[in-house]
Design a protein around this ligand. Structure first.
Ligand SMILES: [Zn+2]
Length: 186
């Protein structure tokens, strides 16, 4: 999978976008276009896991946050022959619901669809600490972070696509007079 694939399915849009953060960007990433394509998603998960060869062999459970991370966790667990667990939202934190259990010291691969600020991953890390799980690695499909955060575990991605955002007053697209499109996921 490459950038052309993401453009072809409409996951990567080019233009002049107002993000929910209030900042402007020349690229908008619509992750649901990727999540809608099981075959591409399967390839992305394969590429992500290929970077963790030698680490993921010991993984017994793959954990991902709702919504997109659930699909990634399911597919990664399927490829690894491991169990999948889903970290759902509960107030401002994450929880395993529906009586899901995780035995202490279980080797876990934490996954998500897109890494931007790393907030979701940190929420799941907190949950895994509560369960005394052993986080052996973190995997994301697309790493959009401008500076990759340090989570204290090896991090792999299928593709790195750093976001370049601008404060409105310093936006080169505004200076060119390009019309602004409002997009955002939160
Ligand atoms: Zn602008």
């Amino acid at each position: 999978m490459n950038l052309n694939d993401l453009e072809r399915i409409g996951a990567v849009l080019h233009g002049h976008f107002l993000l929910t953060s209030g900042r402007h960007s020349d690229i908008y990433f619509e992750k649901f276009r990727l999540l809608e394509q099981p075959q591409l998603l399967t390839q992305c998960v394969q590429a992500m896991l290929a970077q963790l060869t030698g680490i993921v062999g010991q993984v017994e459970a793959v954990v991902g946050p709702t919504l997109g991370g659930v699909l990634v966790a399911y597919e990664a667990a399927r490829q690894l022959g491991a169990r999948a667990l889903y970290a759902e939202r509960e107030g401002d934190r994450r929880a395993f619901r529906r009586s899901s259990t995780l035995t202490p010291h279980t080797p876990v691969l934490l996954v998500d669809d897109v890494l931007t600020t790393g907030v979701s991953i940190r929420e799941v890390l907190e949950l895994l600490q509560q369960h005394r799980a052993q986080v052996v690695a973190i995997g994301v499909l697309i790493d959009r972070s401008e500076t990759t955060p340090d989570f204290g575990a090896p991090l792999a991605c299928a593709m790195r696509l750093p976001a370049h955002t601008y404060a409105p007053e310093a936006c080169p697209l505004c200076q060119q007079g390009l019309p602004l499109t409002k997009r955002g996921s939160r």
